[in-house]
Design a protein around this ligand. Structure first.
Ligand SMILES: [Ca+2]
Length: 86
């Protein structure tokens, strides 16, 4: 479950444009907009990365900032995302 500031909706997550299948830019599917969006790195930390990676079936994750795998093509940007396991 991903919590955004004002909604709490099941959604999809994927990694894009990384050097392997367990590294990349995090993108979330925003069902309201019906499109994939990228995550701004405000408040983005290892705790959030851990939630994303476990949701993708990995043991844990490390947060990288400053878009090392590019800004993505989507104009949809989710900012201030705080992730937690519920
Ligand atoms: Ca955080």
């Amino acid at each position: 479950m991903i919590k955004t500031p004002n909604t709490s909706v099941p959604t999809q997550i994927r990694l894009r444009d990384g050097p392997n299948d367990h590294t990349g830019r995090v993108e979330v599917f925003v069902s309201g907009a019906n499109q994939w969006g990228t995550i701004c790195d405000d408040y983005w930390d290892d705790a959030d990365a851990g939630v994303v990676c476990r949701q993708l079936g990995f043991y844990g994750g490390t947060a990288l900032k400053k878009a090392p795998y590019g800004p993505g093509r989507s104009s949809l940007l989710t900012s201030g995302l705080q992730l937690a396991f519920v």
